[in-house]
Write a protein that binds this ligand. Structure first.
Ligand SMILES: NC(=O)c1ccc[n+]([C@@H]2O[C@H](COP(=O)([O-])OP(=O)(O)OC[C@H]3O[C@@H](n4cnc5c(N)ncnc54)[C@H](OP(=O)(O)O)[C@@H]3O)[C@@H](O)[C@H]2O)c1
Length: 266
């Protein structure tokens, strides 16, 4: 891990995504050059918003695009060449399948992280993980990612009931910043839970309904195991690095306003 930000080049996989774009924005603002690994660099929907970020940072030359499929080792190698660090965010994550989040998604994340730890140990790599809850906030890319799509469905009156489902909302900017703070602090190690509160799905929905009574947010069955999952002290590791978590109310407002500005909701 490196400490010198200015002039340093880093790789961001999944750079065109919801969190990836925010990470690119913050990295550029801090003086980094970015290798942006995207599935298809010829697709303007993947690159234009990132080019706009570089232009806003005053230097389009500080972003370079790399065609990068995770299953293509040679492409990954080309993208990582010349970089002092890697922010690995790319992951298949579809809007449709998140309707049944219990099945494939957590398993894939757990297995991927386990594999990363094993690989790091065997190869002497310095790996740190960020484990966000449900990431919400202002969208930079043109398309909707899975967590914002789930939030949109809630506003539209979704009927899915996740029995005793807990949600750890966190602002997308906080997640991006968490990655950078960890990268810039070489002693950082291990896993980092990155959530603002952890609350029951029914409480989260109630808060959204309270702030935005004009939408059709349904009322969900309340927590049948109150107090079971409260982990207020867990994000402390990130807070000691200077991360101040955005309060829940602002997370919700930023997400709603972003969806509105895209015309997803009136
Ligand atoms: N959003 C959340 O609530 C949340 C919570 C916890 C963890 N995470 C993790 O955070 C990371 C980013 O999530 P996100 O919300 O920003 O999702 P996203 O907007 O869907 O971004 C994922 C990115 O990964 C790319 N990608 C997918 N499969 C790929 C492959 N085989 N090779 C290369 N790139 C590939 C996607 O490219 P295309 O756009 O071209 O498909 C996309 O740019 C993911 O690892 C996700 O699991 C997200």
């Amino acid at each position: 891990m490196a400490t010198e930000a200015k002039g340093e080049t880093v790789l961001v996989t999944g750079a065109s995504g919801f969190i990836g774009s925010w990470l690119v924005r913050l990295l550029l603002a801090r003086g980094y050059s970015v290798h942006a690994a995207v599935l298809n660099p010829d697709d303007k929907a993947e690159t234009d918003h990132l080019l706009a970020l570089a232009a806003a940072a005053g230097d389009e030359g500080r972003i370079r695009f790399f065609r990068c499929d995770l299953l293509d080792g040679a492409a990954m190698l080309a993208a990582v060449r010349g970089c002092s660090g890697v922010f690995h965010l790319a992951s298949p994550c579809t809007v449709d399948l998140v309707l049944d989040p219990q099945v494939w998604y957590p398993a894939s994340k757990a297995l991927a992280e386990k594999a990363a730890w094993k690989f790091a140990e065997e190869n002497g790599l310095d790996v740190v993980t960020v484990n966000p809850g449900t990431v919400l906030g202002e969208m930079i890319p043109p398309r909707l990612n899975a967590s914002m799509a789930m939030f949109l469905r809630l506003l539209e009156g979704c009927k899915e009931e996740y029995a005793d489902f807990f949600i750890g909302p966190v602002h997308v900017e906080d997640v991006a910043l968490a990655h950078i703070l960890l990268y810039e602090n070489p002693p950082a190690s291990g896993r980092h839970l990155c959530v603002e509160p952890i609350c029951h799905w029914s409480d989260f929905a109630s808060k959204v309904a309270e702030l935005y009574p004009n939408y059709k947010v349904p009322k969900f069955p309340e927590d049948t195991q109150p107090g079971l999952v409260r982990a207020e002290a867990v994000p402390k590791k990130l807070m000691t690095l200077g991360l101040q978590f955005t309060p829940l109310e602002k997370i919700i407002r930023d997400a709603v306003e972003s969806l509105k500005s895209r015309g997803c909701i009136a």
